[in-house]
Design a protein around this ligand. Structure first.
Ligand code: HEM
Length: 405
């Protein structure tokens, strides 16, 4: 992808909603060159794709937008991973990979981590509550989710910052055009994260614990003998995917939720007065500006979708974010309204790949809004720091969120 194409993609990513609106009104599907895929933006069409995994494969779900330079690839060659993971697998293999994740994120496991999440949320807010102002992304949103998923996975808390950093850098490297030296630096951070994860995997082989790393290992590579190199690559790939899926998305939703509530101050005030409305506000924020705007699928055979005939091997971009603004399902879809009647949205997907971490994400949002509305009801957006959205369709969020009060 050249620089000009990337600028167009940038524009697309920073505000996809007008494009979705046009695609929903168009007949059939719209081919979008910047995405190199057919855009599926109507609620009914998105549901149809998600309900037909045998016709729409997930194999290309994590296809990078940018190929790293040879020097960056050489650095990545010193790391681990690079194997198909749950979100990019189909059929039996997908079920096999998903089972330990679903178990590790069961209602009981999520409930058990909530006291820790609440304690960490309070401590992070303590860190800026008296300062009169904060950049919420770096001081809070980029920290809490990593600490929480790190705890569930079994990471040493001291390793969490490097793992969170590695996740951000992996996203930059594979989805943003970076100058060569930055690509190399990003690749080094990714490799550092992978070595930490490999050390965790080997440690859990020797001393299994009550955590997701141990569950994944005993399910996918049972036994006690030393892991082969291939098994180590596999385990690191699964953990890396789970960690990224868990923290980058939740970070993004914390940012957009606070942003939209403060842009609609009447609704922020309503939550401060009636905190029992917080869960509904989280659903509305997830619907209105979904972090994961969409993922690709690839047709496994010729199919007709919304009247458009697609041969086998065609990529479609399944826009959860577009479906969530479809007026056929959500009345007044472009209004942000925390009091709207609940209607199931697609921010967490649907069907066989539906998000197994949705409950954990929702609880972290609930804890966050409870903490902020109770302790800092006067919060508002800093007038002199306009908000820009990050150019990404997979972790849509404010780049920075400067708040005062
Ligand atoms: C606001 C936060 C989150 C959002 C918006 C979100 C959204 C989604 C969506 C839309 C999918 C479906 C992808 C597809 O159909 O291809 C998905 C899958 C997934 N999510 Fe989440 N997610 C969030 C948080 C989490 C958390 C906290 C975890 C783990 C702790 C997690 C782990 C996963 C995994 C492992 C998958 C792949 C499941 C599969 O392929 O079977 N997510 N997520």
């Amino acid at each position: 992808m050249d620089r000009e194409q990337h600028d167009e993609l940038d524009e697309w990513q920073r505000d996809p909603h007008p494009r979705y609106a046009r695609a929903r009104q168009a007949e059939g599907l719209t081919r979008v060159a910047e995405l190199d895929a057919w855009l599926v933006a109507r609620d009914a069409d998105v549901r149809e794709v998600l309900r037909r995994p045998e016709d729409f494969s997930s194999a290309g779900a994590l296809r990078p937008d940018v190929l790293p330079s040879p020097a960056a690839l050489a650095v990545l060659g010193r790391g681990f991973g690079g194997r198909p993971v749950v979100v990019s697998s189909d059929g039996r293999r997908h079920q096999e990979l998903r089972a330990p994740i679903v178990r590790g994120l069961s209602p009981a496991r999520v409930a058990a981590v909530l006291p820790y999440a609440a304690e960490r949320a309070a401590a992070l807010v303590d860190g800026f509550a008296r300062d009169g102002g904060v950049e919420l992304m770096s001081a809070y949103a980029e920290r809490l989710p990593g600490e929480v998923i790190g705890r569930l996975v079994g990471l040493d808390p001291a390793d969490v910052p490097a793992v969170v950093r590695g996740g951000h850098r992996a996203e930059q490297l594979l989805f943003r055009p970076l100058p060569e030296d930055e690509q190399i630096a990003a690749a080094e951070d990714v490799v550092a994260m992978q070595h930490l994860l490999d050390a965790l995997v080997r440690d859990r082989r020797a001393r299994p614990g009550q955590d997701l790393a141990s569950d994944m290992l005993s399910h996918l590579a049972p036994g006690q003998e030393d892991l082969t190199l291939d098994e180590r690559h596999e385990q690191v790939a699964h953990l890396q995917n789970l960690l990224l899926a868990g923290h980058l998305t939740t970070t993004a939703l914390i940012g957009t939720t606070v942003l939209h509530l403060l842009r609609h101050r009447d609704q922020w005030r309503l939550l401060c007065a009636e905190p029992e409305r917080i869960p509904a506000a989280v659903e509305e924020a997830a619907r209105y500006d979904s972090p994961l705007q969409g993922f690709r699928r690839v047709t496994t055979r010729p199919v007709t979708l919304a009247g458009t005939e697609l041969p086998a091997g065609e990529a479609v971009f399944v826009a959860f974010g577009g479906a969530n603004r479809d007026g056929v399902r959500h009345p007044c879809p472009d209004a942000f309204d925390v009091t709207r009647a609940p209607v199931r949205h697609l921010a967490f997907g649907l069907g066989v790949h539906g998000c197994p971490g949705a409950q954990l994400a929702r609880e972290q949002l609930r804890i966050t809004l409870t903490e902020l509305t109770r302790r800092l009801p006067g919060l508002r957006l800093a007038d002199d720091r306009p908000v820009t959205m990050r150019p990404t369709l997979i972790h849509r969020s404010p780049q920075h969120l400067h708040l005062v009060g």
